[in-house]
Design a protein around this ligand. Structure first.
Ligand SMILES: [Zn+2]
Length: 489
């Protein structure tokens, strides 16, 4: 038995001032065949899980390229076509195969390609023909298109947000593909379009119990797999929005009945799933009045994980205006400022302009007399079991005593190790300012006395009603109050 696997993944914010090319993939993660590390990355757990099964069961795993770029702006056409053709060439060379397993993100948009993953999966189908099994894993912050549904036998998305279960999703795809190949199951899937876009953290109710119930359904009766696509509101594409995929064992009626039931339930949660997001002023009032420590304040919309640059200065400026000193910021993306700090050296004092350089919606740069407290080449942080590179970093101390980590590789704040790796004890600070919508939650909750979600206006396109979509034409909530009535009429 021969199975080919590959992974091409990124998340494209089509509103971002950034653009994505091969250097971004190379900077984040690029592993040619045979060079995938022993630890999984977010979208490549199918590699590590397939290796385990291949070694145990004695079949041939043919590894293609695995690559990931930190979420950013529109992908350069040549870059997408080069990566796609690289993987398709590897697949052709590997033929004949019994199955193809792809670790995808699902929100990649390139110049000329609104649905990169649909394009990739359909080209894979063209090469392997109708009888070879194709399994795909997705991040829930993706777009589920007809082209992807029609060309893959197995579709599984991570269930948790934060995505603590990305390895489970990889394992599930590999397992379902193997069981299909052995004739133990005949997957039949159905999709329900919820016609909504919402932030759906599973670390709180009502999503917590909903996901627990969905997990309990898997393996019971004919239900093989239940997945939820949350959607990604910063991607202007026709299929933007939440969808439910249910896969059953040779029972299409059950799949479509359950997808519809769960989809209607999910639609019923709209407007109730977010933690309370407060303005910077309210957040700082709340933090100043609290005895807890450390207090973690997360800028939910300057989250590089959503494709924005991550160099917003809006919240830091508000913090400095309040005269706070006992805080650390992790991080502000500014490779140019890092380079200047490295040239100045640890211990140097200099006037530095940092942050706010890449777009019109992230505040102006900050000018301050700073002290370079720490330099580290190739710093990193954990995200679960995986290692996330931060590139060359500098810790600068502001005149009031606050400390800011400047990084060279864009990344959201996943884990307190981002501070400790830069010589800052996160538990010793009164306030920690980070940039993440919800992925930070598991790791930071372990050390936080209190967590405050700060709703800074910009730079992420966080209001679907005013985002100005061109390609999204389906009625979806909250743009339309009752999308199902709109469809019926
Ligand atoms: Zn995601």
């Amino acid at each position: 038995m021969r199975i080919f696997c590959a992974s091409i993944a990124t998340e494209t914010n089509t509103f971002s001032p950034l653009r994505t090319d091969f250097s971004d993939f190379k900077e984040s993660f690029y592993a040619p065949p045979g060079q995938h590390p022993v630890t999984p990355t977010l979208c490549s757990a199918v590699f590590t899980e397939a290796r385990v099964r291949a070694a145990k069961e004695g079949w041939d795993l043919i590894e293609g390229t695995a690559t990931w770029a930190e979420p950013g702006g529109l992908v350069n056409r040549e870059t997408y076509e080069q990566l796609r053709d690289e993987v398709l060439g590897q697949l052709r060379a590997a033929m004949p195969v019994d199955a193809v397993i792809l670790g995808l993100h699902g929100a990649m948009v390139a110049q000329g390609y609104l649905d990169c993953e649909g394009d990739l999966v359909s080209r894979v189908r063209d090469i392997v023909g109708p009888d070879v099994i194709i399994g795909t894993s997705y991040d829930p912050h993706s777009h589920l298109t007809e082209q992807r549904i029609a060309n893959a036998d197995i579709i599984v998305a991570f269930k948790e947000f934060p995505h603590t279960d990305f390895v489970d999703a990889g394992r599930s795809v590999v397992d379902l593909v193997l069981r299909t190949l052995r004739g133990e199951i005949k997957p039949t899937k159905a999709v329900f379009d919820c016609h909504m876009i919402e932030v759906l953290p599973t670390s709180r109710e009502p999503m917590r119990s909903f996901i627990d119930r969905a997990k309990a359904m898997e393996g019971a009766g004919d239900v093989l797999s239940v997945s939820f696509i949350h959607g990604f509101m910063a991607g202007d594409v026709p299929d933007l929005g939440a969808k439910v995929i249910v896969t059953t064992n040779n029972n299409p009626a059950k799949a479509s009945e359950l997808a519809q039931k769960l989809g209607q339930e999910l639609f019923g949660f709209r407007g109730t799933t977010r933690p309370s997001f407060v303005t910077p002023d309210v957040a700082l009032d709340q933090a100043l009045a609290s005895d807890a420590r450390p207090i973690v304040l997360t800028d939910v919309w300057d989250n590089p994980g959503g494709g924005v640059p991550g160099d917003s200065t809006i919240l830091l400026r508000a913090v400095m205006a309040r005269g706070l000193g006992d805080f650390a910021v992790g991080t502000i993306w500014d490779p140019m400022a890092v380079r200047i700090c490295i040239s100045a050296g640890e211990g140097a004092t200099l006037p530095l302009r940092f942050g706010g350089k890449t777009g019109a919606h992230a505040g102006a740069p900050i000018d301050a007399e700073v002290r370079v407290k720490k330099i580290r080449r190739d710093s990193w942080q954990y995200f679960g079991d995986s290692i996330v590179p931060l590139g060359d970093c500098a810790v600068i101390e502001l005149p009031g005593g606050g400390e800011v980590i400047l990084n060279s590789n864009r990344s959201q704040s996943f884990d307190p190790s981002l501070f400790s790796n830069m010589g800052i004890d996160p538990t010793a600070k009164k306030y920690l300012f980070i940039k993440s919508t919800n992925h930070f939650y598991d790791a930071f909750a372990k050390i936080a006395g209190e967590i405050i979600y700060v709703d800074v206006h910009g730079p992420y396109p966080s209001d679907p009603k005013t985002n100005g979509y061109h390609h999204l034409t389906r009625p979806i909530w909250p743009i339309v109050d009752d999308p199902f009535a709109a469809i019926a009429s």
